[in-house]
Design a protein around this ligand. Structure first.
Ligand SMILES: [Ca+2]
Length: 126
């Protein structure tokens, strides 16, 4: 008998009792959302965060995909683009953005396309 198109537990508390169930299946081509978490910025003036997405290998071509940390809880659920992607979380307030971090060579990463704030002058960390 077919189990039917039912839902399967993802991290069920009784997973040890299930019969050979592996990780949840997902249809080919489907994209699952992911959760991005980060630590609070030490930059003075930070009020919020923006998340940028770029394609691995295409350094640096990131674009803002989320300009608000809803709930101020240092985590956001996003829908990733296809392929291999990287993400940057940038401190911001209404007028300025902070650092995008540095490349492995030590250079400040460039700002993203369609940045969340008009300029990048948020005070650096002490
Ligand atoms: Ca949030």
């Amino acid at each position: 008998m077919s189990p039917g198109p039912g839902l399967r537990p993802i991290f069920g508390a009784d997973s040890s009792a299930s019969q050979g169930s592996g990780p949840p299946e997902r249809p080919a081509g489907a994209t699952a959302s992911i959760v991005v978490t980060w630590g609070a910025s030490c930059s003075a003036g930070v009020e919020d965060y923006g998340i940028y997405e770029g394609r691995l290998g295409a350094w640096y071509g990131h674009t803002a995909i989320d300009c608000t940390d809803e709930g101020g809880d240092l985590r956001e659920t996003i829908l990733p683009g296809t392929g291999n992607r990287y993400y940057l979380v940038v401190p911001k307030n209404a007028n300025d953005e902070g650092s995008y971090g540095r490349s492995s060579g030590g250079a400040e990463r460039p700002r993203g396309a369609s940045p969340c704030s008009p300029s990048r002058t948020l005070a650096p960390c002490p």
